[in-house]
Ligand binder design. Structure first.
Ligand SMILES: [Zn+2]
Length: 263
């Protein structure tokens, strides 16, 4: 599933590629024909991301709401724009670039009030400024759930997915099994600061890279897939060599080092 960094990157690229002229909107698959008709000929005023939600404002009384879910994709195409391939829910075509949306969990037109209601249910987004961190910390600790599950709760922190949670807990030396209400202030600060830093790097690079360039011996942009992560789907701890443990936490697999993440 695309994590928050990808949605923020998509919003930025949509603004850069579609914001200047009216778009040509179609639904090659047909399931969003009525919606595409509303958007056709309009200009994108602003695309914005909140956690894993993407909202595109075309200056109408309805806002395009997209959630990619587990398998959804929003792909950028360059001119000359090819014929649609596969099941494309929505194509937004500008002068030089086009975007194809396939397999989303949500793609619909909603009112500004509905958008506000979705945003109001989301927790702090590490890629947006002005989060209330004291409130976020207390909310995170208000549950006895394992911390590995709690950081996936989008109403606490919006945007973290399965890869980032494994990496951030590893870097902070916190076992994913610890009850959330045992997380100390300095541990929360560590979780938050790593989340912000790593998701900013991920947004810039378009992929998740959490390892330290000095540890790997090359810049992040040149790391290959076997070098860019500490814990997620790894066999041994990159730092101490211990075999990693795989556990189901929050219904999904997480990898952690029992030595570096005790408790
Ligand atoms: Zn270790």
């Amino acid at each position: 599933m695309p994590e928050g960094h990808i949605i923020h990157r998509l919003a930025k690229e949509l603004n850069e590629t579609l914001g200047k002229r009216p778009v040509h909107a179609t639904s090659p698959q047909g399931r969003f024909s009525a919606g595409a008709e509303v958007l056709n000929g309009e200009r994108l005023v602003k695309a914005d991301a909140f956690g894993k939600y993407l909202f595109c404002d075309f200056g109408l009384d309805q806002i395009l709401h997209i959630h990619l879910g587990l398998i959804g994709k929003l792909r950028r195409l360059h001119a000359p724009i090819p014929e649609p391939v596969g099941v494309i829910r929505l194509r937004l075509e500008g002068d030089d670039d086009a975007w194809d949306l396939s397999g989303p969990t949500r793609c619909d037109l909603i009112s500004p009030d509905e958008m506000e209601s979705i945003i109001s249910r989301l927790g702090a987004d590490p890629l947006r400024r002005n989060s209330d961190l004291i409130q976020t910390r207390e909310l995170l600790r208000s549950s006895r759930k394992p911390i590995g599950a709690r950081v996936l709760d989008q109403d606490v922190i919006a945007g973290i997915g399965n890869v980032y949670r494994a990496e951030i807990l590893f870097l902070c030396g916190i076992s994913p099994l610890r009850p959330s209400n045992t997380i100390k202030d300095d541990e929360f600060d560590c979780l938050w600061s790593h989340t912000v830093e790593l998701m900013r790097i991920g947004k810039r690079l378009g992929r998740i890279v959490t390892t330290d360039p000095t540890e790997i011996g090359k810049p992040r942009g040149r790391m290959n897939d076997s070098e860019r992560l500490y814990a997620y789907k790894q066999e041994h701890c990159r730092r101490c060599g211990t075999e990693l443990v795989v556990a189901k936490v929050g219904g999904r697999s997480i990898w952690y080092c029992p030595t570096c993440q005790p408790g």
